[in-house]
Design a protein around this ligand. Structure first.
Ligand SMILES: [Zn+2]
Length: 277
């Protein structure tokens, strides 16, 4: 028999959160999915874990981006637990962490952890781990929203999935890594894979469901079309055109900076503008 679980989302407030991570509480222990970015939020997540009064069994990572692994040091707090991810996610984090330090330190100051913890336990595609009778099965997706992504299915059917950032909940999206073609292809693969009543716990908002694949596809396609349509003889104006078009499509400021950071890298990738220094 599968164990009973309660899924706790962090940070606890539902509106305006930058990034979400989860504690899955079972009868006798807790599994974390991702770890947030900042020192204060990951510390609050650790405090939430301690309130539950049950041991942390493991951390599962949904992809290689720093808003999902940056809080590991505070979350794990010295506990000797496996931090599980496919080898590709582990390698990407190790490769890119220096570069993320350069980007995130000026943005977040001391809130970007000085000491980062990396995943320590590789897991192969479709492999499961079981803690307190609860099964978690990884999908080694490869490049998608980030350079390497790894959603996790919880339980014995395909109805509860920690999807990472494959779907954003009506927030602006990060496309700067340039794997939008893979992302679009993965949307179709994952759309086929999960039943209509599946619940997706995601990295930015949610939970969402299979009906939201269409929104995510449309967001990516709208972004690509806007980059292609912009007049790149003036990169500054082109950037402003793309941002304005995406804000017409999605009139919110939420995570707008992630979209704004993506415009020039994608234009460079598409050969519309020479990449900056
Ligand atoms: Zn994210």
């Amino acid at each position: 028999m599968a164990g009973e679980t309660t899924i706790h989302r962090y940070p606890r407030q539902t509106g305006g959160a930058f990034v979400n991570a989860y504690l899955v509480e079972s009868d006798a222990g807790v599994i974390a999915v991702d770890s947030l970015l900042t020192v204060s939020e990951s510390r609050a997540m650790r405090a939430g874990l301690e309130e539950l009064g049950k041991p942390l069994r493991a951390v599962l990572l949904t992809h290689s981006h720093p808003d999902h692994y940056g809080g590991l040091t505070e979350l794990v707090a010295g506990d000797d637990v496996p931090i599980l991810a496919p080898q590709g996610v582990i390698d990407t984090i190790a490769r890119d962490d220096d570069e993320k330090e350069h980007i995130l330190r000026p943005m977040f100051g001391d809130e970007w952890p000085a000491e980062r913890t990396f995943p320590n336990t590789p897991i192969a595609d479709a492999e499961s781990v079981i803690f307190d009778d609860v099964r978690f099965t990884v999908i080694d997706l490869g490049p998608s929203e980030s350079p390497h992504d790894s959603p996790w299915i919880m339980g014995e059917d395909d109805r509860v999935v920690f999807l990472g950032d494959q779907i954003y909940d009506r927030k602006h999206c990060f496309l700067a890594d340039g794997f939008h073609q893979e992302w679009l292809a993965n949307i179709e693969t994952l759309r086929e894979r999960f039943p209509r009543d599946a619940v997706f716990y995601i990295g930015h908002g949610g939970p969402v469901g299979p009906a939201d694949w269409d929104w995510q596809r449309t967001y990516i396609e709208t972004f690509l079309a806007a980059v292609q349509a912009a007049d790149w003889s003036s990169p500054e104006h082109a950037q402003a055109e793309v941002v304005a078009e995406l804000k017409r499509f999605l009139p919110t400021e939420e995570l707008s900076f992630l979209m704004e950071l993506s415009v020039e890298p994608v234009a460079a990738q598409l050969g519309l503008v020479v990449a900056g220094p």
